[in-house]
Design a protein around this ligand. Structure first.
Ligand SMILES: [Zn+2]
Length: 65
């Protein structure tokens, strides 16, 4: 079932349906998405560092307090 719609893919960047190879509908989407991914990775890392710092802070507070 769903043979017809199984043939197309959705662009990883703009989510548009397209037919063809790769994960993106165009070069612009590929480049744009890679930049977004890099930025997201950096944000995630920052979030991780901040939450670890808060956890350590809370731990120290509970130990000292
Ligand atoms: Zn796209």
């Amino acid at each position: 079932m769903n043979q017809k719609i199984a043939q197309h893919k959705h662009c990883r960047s703009c989510s548009k349906a397209f037919v063809g190879e790769g994960r993106y509908c165009s070069d612009e989407c590929q480049e744009g998405n890679e930049q977004t991914m890099k930025r997201k990775k950096r944000q995630l890392l920052m979030l991780y560092v901040v939450s670890v710092a808060i956890m350590i802070g809370a731990l120290l507070m509970s130990v000292l307090g």
